[in-house]
Design a protein around this ligand. Structure first.
Ligand code: 4AD
Length: 454
């Protein structure tokens, strides 16, 4: 039998601070964020990632002595055992008077996180170490909490989580922004060209037309050469798909979804969200909360163009019926006109994908984008074309081949039903909630054109 490692008795700092009582004895582990050694007393700030706050480790003269902290370098991994006492200092309620300390992994002077503040650009080059900074540790805790809030939202409502494939046989969006897989030198590995998925939607429709309420939550890939702060080559998408439902049902779902998961995260991640509210974008949490307390605005694309034409603003890109809504237009609508989230619906057919349901006017489809302040689009979705003949003619009209969609079309032959769904860009919602301005700073290891370094 092996004896359990003393490290297995460690208490996460978060739990410790939650349950602390005076004189309580505990062992903590983590990485040293700061070190201050005085003549009579020494301090180490310890963080283990369980919470934003550091635990202050005290090395008093009448105990272990400041010299015991001397050999411990900033960045080192350590374990410490001691007693909790009410803190004398500001900003923390408890500190630990250390009785024993052990360096588990030392940290030489060329540790890149030596100074307190680093630019986000610098830290992108250190993606393996940046979770040890305050900002990024908060970002990835909130990212985790948001993912769980999303699953809870759907699971509580009886939605089935479907693991749609990463390797896809067809181009869902028909936009051609695909990474090819399995082509190699000789015969294609899969017998024909395959791709990294741009969306699980087409596959998940087969499950919506079996289980009624379903969703996907997984990575998606786009080979578009966009160098913006909102586009990544690999990002995560959440795609609910509901059967026996039309566009209005979808908007209601989308609104409840965004409101519930956002409030859930704000509540569960109080300390981290307060950090964003203070240091990343002043008042971001208050702003998000106040816009969520009102019903989301809804307007058609035609109304949106009308608003833009009458706005008196000079935009870089032209406005008018038939023009694309660019990010500057989307931001004007959400930020200035509505001052909150807005669903724009009923876009011109030619701007949208083949699967969206053609409206009776013959010019528009039952599509929707959800636009939010600061970012523009975070959701794209639609009611789906459930009529086989219309679907076939829309595939042909776009110059797409019918053959790869044979199975998708069968869903329109065998028990076809009105259904609808949307895709939420996970990182975009995370940016909206935290005020982080670049998608590269909410992805653990971002992949963007020209960059996949870790
Ligand atoms: O609007 P999109 O392209 O919609 C679809 O893929 C549909 N098949 C979804 C559906 O109806 N089930 O993408 C959906 C969302 C966008 O609104 C945006 O938030 C995000 O995915 N997105 C990206 N996020 C980061 N980087 C990119 N390159 C993105 N492209 C889209």
């Amino acid at each position: 039998m092996t004896t359990p490692s003393p490290l297995s008795r460690r208490t996460p700092i978060r739990h410790l601070l939650d349950q602390a009582t005076a004189e309580m004895e505990a062992t903590v582990t983590g990485w040293v964020r700061n070190k201050r050694i005085g003549k009579n007393i020494g301090f180490l700030e310890l963080n283990d990632g369980s919470t934003l706050a550091n635990l202050q480790l005290v090395f008093p003269e009448d105990g272990i002595g400041p010299q015991a902290a001397e050999p411990v370098d900033k960045g080192a991994a350590i374990s410490a055992t001691g007693k909790l006492v009410a803190s004398q200092g500001k900003g923390q309620s408890w500190e630990m008077v250390v009785e024993t300390v052990r360096v588990i992994g030392g940290c030489p002077e060329d540790y890149p996180l030596q100074t307190k503040r680093h630019s986000f650009e610098f830290l992108r080059e250190k993606a393996h170490l940046r979770p040890r900074t305050r900002t990024f540790s908060a970002v990835f805790r909130v990212r985790n909490a948001l993912a769980m809030a999303i699953h809870r939202f759907f699971q509580d409502r009886g939605f089935l989580w479907v693991h749609t494939p990463i390797i896809a046989a067809s181009d869902c969006e028909g936009a051609g922004d695909l990474f090819e897989v399995g082509s190699g030198d000789g015969d294609p590995f899969f017998g024909k060209q395959a791709y990294l998925t741009v969306s699980g939607q087409l596959n998940v429709e087969g499950f919506a037309t079996s289980y009624t309420d379903v969703y996907t939550f997984g990575p998606t890939f786009r080979a578009e050469n966009s160098h913006t702060a909102r586009h990544a080559s690999e990002f995560w998408m959440i795609e609910p798909e509901i059967a026996f439902a039309d566009l209005t049902d979808l908007l209601d779902l989308g609104e409840n979804f965004i409101r519930d998961v956002s409030l859930d995260v704000i509540e569960r991640c109080g300390e981290d969200m307060e950090f964003f509210n203070r240091w990343i974008e002043k008042g971001v949490v208050d702003k998000v909360q106040s816009t969520l307390s009102k019903p989301f605005a809804r307007m058609t694309y035609t109304e949106a163009m009308d608003v833009l034409e009458k706005s008196g603003r000079s935009f870089e890109y032209p406005v008018g019926w038939g023009q694309a809504l660019q990010t500057e237009h989307e931001r004007y609508l959400a930020e200035d006109y509505v001052e909150g989230p807005v669903f724009v619906t009923d876009y011109p057919t030619d701007q949208k994908a083949f699967y969206m349901r053609l409206s009776d006017d013959g010019k528009t489809v039952a599509a929707t984008d959800l636009l939010v302040p600061r970012l523009g689009e975070i959701i794209g979705g639609s009611q789906r074309e459930e009529r086989l003949d219309v679907l076939e003619s829309e595939i042909s009209r776009r110059g797409l081949e019918q053959a790869p969609y044979w199975w998708y079309k069968e869903l329109r032959r065998f028990g076809s039903v009105p259904h609808a769904g949307f895709g939420l860009g996970f990182e975009r919602l995370l940016m909206y909630l935290t005020g982080m301005q670049n998608i590269r700073d909410v992805l653990p290891y971002p992949r963007t054109p020209g960059s996949a370094d870790f």
